[in-house]
Design a protein around this ligand. Structure first.
Ligand code: AMP
Length: 375
């Protein structure tokens, strides 16, 4: 049953990170109240929430409390406890359901779902042990990448294999979970499509973003992606196929590789707003967070429009001080900092978005600022 949630009612968010914070800020703009479940007392979302429930994500009493205070519940990351979320769907309104979490929190079920939707994935096999990897690796060959099925992020839980000699490097990955081994894709670009869908099946994609990674962490998203219109159209088509297949409600980020000939390979999914969609806060007539709130509250979605080309740059721990020292020099940059107290190296602390009519010149200006020179 689809419900409509109105301003004044309370949206519960599982997870207190920056994605929850930006969801909360978008929701509060429209007059919703926010409750957040997060084990840390001081969290990016907790700082802007009306109600804070400080407990582990799988704490039964805490989930019940969240259900009690919330008119609708959403989540800001996929590594939440599936069983807990499933129980929550029985006592609270969780329009996104728990199934999408079960599927996307494991690379094996995620890949199967993408393939079942009719979308292309890299050739892959599933291995339950290091011995199985050694036995089966020739089915994929080299170069290839071993990835833990669970709890991988920002390149963690991955090992590239260039030859047989690299096999032992992958051994420790099997201590954490089963793994998939996939063929290395000689991609030309990485792009992502952020797609939203509401309970009525209304669907819109945000403009396709081009992602530049440094040390496996997203560094920049450039919008529009520098790909052909035909590739853009195909990318949106793939995202829509997957969203339909998953009966998506809310937000799905679809990360893809673009090959030289324009062919697309789907890399991975995230069933939530995504780092590569942050540009939409300033650059579009609807942000990924506001659209997410519309979708889970049963509101009609808005057709996204790009106001201007834009570049989003992530601010990691090592970039905070140089950015702070440079703020006065760049009045056109939108500064977002997430309220995290400790600026650890490589920790995502914030981002900067710049709208521009000249992407190449602005990319050079960002580089020349020196703020991101320490990678
Ligand atoms: P993932 O955690 O799957 O998003 O992988 C992190 C990054 O590793 C991706 O953004 C790519 O840059 C790279 N990568 C992952 N899988 C592959 C692949 N099969 N072929 C080439 N590069 C990959």
């Amino acid at each position: 049953m689809i419900k409509t949630i109105y301003p004044g009612q309370t949206i519960g968010i599982i997870g207190g990170g920056q994605l929850g914070r930006m969801m909360a800020l978008a929701a509060k703009e429209a007059g919703f109240k926010i409750a957040v479940l997060e084990p840390a007392m001081d969290s990016p979302c907790g700082q802007v929430a009306d109600i804070r429930i400080v407990a582990p994500y799988d704490d039964e009493a805490a989930l019940e409390e969240l259900a009690e205070v919330s008119d609708v519940i959403t989540f800001e990351f996929e590594n939440i406890d599936y069983e807990g979320l499933k129980r929550l769907t029985e006592i609270a309104y969780v329009p996104q359901g728990a199934e999408i979490i079960r599927i996307t929190q494991n690379r094996v079920t995620e890949k199967e779902a993408i393939a079942n939707a009719g979308s292309p994935v890299a050739p892959y096999i599933v291995c339950n042990s290091y011995e199985e990897l050694v036995e089966k690796i020739d089915e994929i060959g080299y170069p290839s990448i071993v990835k833990t099925a669970r709890f991988g992020y920002d390149g963690k839980g991955q090992q590239k294999l260039n030859s047989k000699d690299d096999l032992p490097l992958a051994k420790s990955l099997f201590e954490h979970s089963q793994c998939i081994v996939e063929g290395f894709v000689p991609f030309e670009k990485e792009i992502s499509v952020i797609i939203h869908r509401n309970g009525l099946g209304e669907t819109y994609c945000l403009p396709v973003g081009e992602n530049i990674h440094v040390n496996h962490i997203l560094h920049e998203t450039i919008v529009p992606a520098r790909i052909t219109d035909e590739t853009k159209r195909k990318a949106e088509e793939e995202a829509a196929k997957i969203a339909e297949h998953l009966e998506l409600v809310g937000t799905l980020a679809v990360e893809m590789f673009v090959l030289k000939d324009g062919q697309l390979i789907i890399n991975e999914l995230a069933p939530r707003p995504h780092n590569s969609g942050h540009y939409s806060i300033e650059a579009c007539n609807i942000s990924q967070f506001a659209q997410h709130i519309r979708a889970v509250c049963g509101w009609p979605l808005r057709k996204p429009k790009l106001h201007a080309p834009s570049i989003m740059v992530n601010v990691l721990g090592q970039h905070v001080a140089p950015l702070t020292n440079s703020i006065m020099k760049y009045p056109d940059w939108s500064i977002h900092l997430y309220g995290k107290s400790e600026a650890k190296v490589n920790r995502k602390m914030g981002h900067v978005t710049v709208l521009t009519d000249d992407l190449e010149t602005t990319l050079k200006e960002i580089e020349a600022s020196g703020i991101w020179s320490e990678k």
